[in-house]
Ligand binder design. Structure first.
Ligand SMILES: [Zn+2]
Length: 230
């Protein structure tokens, strides 16, 4: 299967679904990542540094490719440019499954990214939509949580991929340099970040009897021919 995972900023995918990316890549699926912006409004790091960190993180997770659409950080909107670029990538990659941020979040870019990806997945399937390539509509769209978590539809055991996920998150070294070394203080570079960060995944893990899990939401009902296949 082909899986395309969208994030608004260069570390969103690792932080939220790095374990799912690593797990499905290890299972032999073609997983690609797309960052909508280069994260140029981030308090620390430059777009060039962040691009390189993102490439390293993608390699750690086993992702096949990492794309960047160059949309404006902090000004992300479901406007014409965003929809055209995102739909063009959907037609190019032709994913079976797409992951996107959940539409309620503390960061407006995450909310905008959710709307952009949802619309683009639909628009990419319209024959006359003015982007290159044959029409394509992903079979399924799942959402993941960044700032704020709600009730998930699916929990995925990532115990075997937790270390890879943390390594991929830490590959974004510019975001984790401590203020004592001159970096601007943020949510990510505070002292006990990693300790607190693990709690959400531990809580989801506990619900399904493992140590760490990542969560997804489907807004559509999930159909099944056979309950043993779920
Ligand atoms: Zn973000």
């Amino acid at each position: 299967m082909k899986i395309l995972v969208f994030g608004a900023h260069p570390d969103d995918v690792e932080l939220s679904v790095g374990g799912i990316v690593a797990r499905h890549a290890a299972l032999g699926h073609a997983v690609e990542i797309c960052d909508l912006t280069a994260g140029e409004m981030g308090s620390n790091g430059t777009p060039e540094i962040r691009m390189e960190e993102g490439r390293r993180a993608a390699a750690i997770l086993g992702a096949k490719a990492r794309h960047n659409l160059g949309l404006p950080d902090a000004f992300l909107q479901p406007d014409r440019e965003a929809l055209l670029k995102t739909a063009a990538l959907v037609r190019q990659v032709r994913p079976d499954i797409v992951l996107a941020p959940w539409h309620r979040d503390s960061h407006p870019d995450h909310e905008a990214a959710s709307v952009i990806v949802t619309r683009a997945c639909h628009l990419a399937g319209l024959h006359k939509f003015p982007v290159p390539g044959q029409p394509h509509r992903p079979r399924r769209l799942f959402y993941y949580f960044l700032g704020r978590a709600e009730k998930p539809t699916v929990l995925i055991n990532i115990d075997a991929y937790w270390d890879a996920k943390i390594q991929a998150v830490k590959a974004h070294a510019s975001q984790f340099a401590p203020p004592s070394q001159g970096a601007r203080p943020t949510l990510l570079n505070r002292e006990r970040f990693f300790e607190d960060y693990a709690l959400r995944f531990r809580a989801w893990g506990r619900e399904i009897g493992c140590t760490y899990a990542e969560a997804l939401v489907s807004l559509r009902q999930i159909e099944a021919q056979d309950i043993t296949a779920i």
